[in-house]
Design a protein around this ligand. Sequence first.
Ligand SMILES: NC(=O)c1ccc[n+]([C@@H]2O[C@H](COP(=O)([O-])OP(=O)(O)OC[C@H]3O[C@@H](n4cnc5c(N)ncnc54)[C@H](OP(=O)(O)O)[C@@H]3O)[C@@H](O)[C@H]2O)c1
Length: 230
Amino acid sequence: MDIGIIGSGRVAQTVGGKLLDLGHTVTISSRDTSRAKDLGAMGKLPSADEWAAAQRADGADAAAGSFAQAAAAGELAINATAGAGSLAALALAGASNLRGKILIDLANPLDFSQGMPPSLSVCNTDSLGEQVQAALPETRVVKTLNTVSANVMIDPGQLGEPTTIFVAGDDAEAKAWVTRHVLREWFGWEHVLDLGDIRSARGAEMYMPIWLRMWAATGASALNIKLVMV
Ligand SMILES: NC(=O)c1ccc[n+]([C@@H]2O[C@H](COP(=O)([O-])OP(=O)(O)OC[C@H]3O[C@@H](n4cnc5c(N)ncnc54)[C@H](OP(=O)(O)O)[C@@H]3O)[C@@H](O)[C@H]2O)c1
């Protein structure tokens, strides 16, 4: 499948690499594909151009382009941009390039303006997922994967037992397709919980503050929760 990833940060490169391993064609994207990413204490990431060239050298079908080029190229699109820039990035991607397509939204509306830990720029009565869906009314937005770190998104099996991943969205068929193909078959998620329509992205995004505290308390970013019921 042709998959367009809006963004070229750690998530875009991690998820993109997994999708290439699975044999898909992947375009990652940036406002400047030649600029390497400086993550401060977290090190550096290759530029989108360098990443795509390295993947092609390994025989994978990878490209780097603008947000609009990735959106146009993808039969399936993924929003992997910083929450603070997601609406601007998706505007550059272009509603017409995303019309009728499934857009997996794994972004979190983190606000780092007051330092660490970040707060949420939208919560309680609204969410980034809803704002993305409202900005792209003809796109089938599925909120998922935002509650785990990039490495866990693509390899939940590393946690040693099945844990829970959420989906939210207004389009039931799109959620079912993402659940069956992307989450179960491609990434290996066994326990997928459909929270409901896109408004349920609020809960999935408001989980971020406790995720950040669990990360700080344990020092482990490869962590997740498991829903247990009687
Ligand atoms: N890192 C994780 O493990 C993890 C886990 C779960 C969810 N998430 C969420 O996934 C998303 C991606 O995270 P990340 O760590 O890969 O990278 P990130 O640094 O949060 O986002 C990088 C991407 O966002 C774009 N961007 C930032 N500000 C922008 C703006 N004002 N306008 C347009 N584009 C803008 C950048 O575009 P340029 O390339 O043009 O600079 C870049 O491609 C975030 O929403 C994050 O909260 C991350």
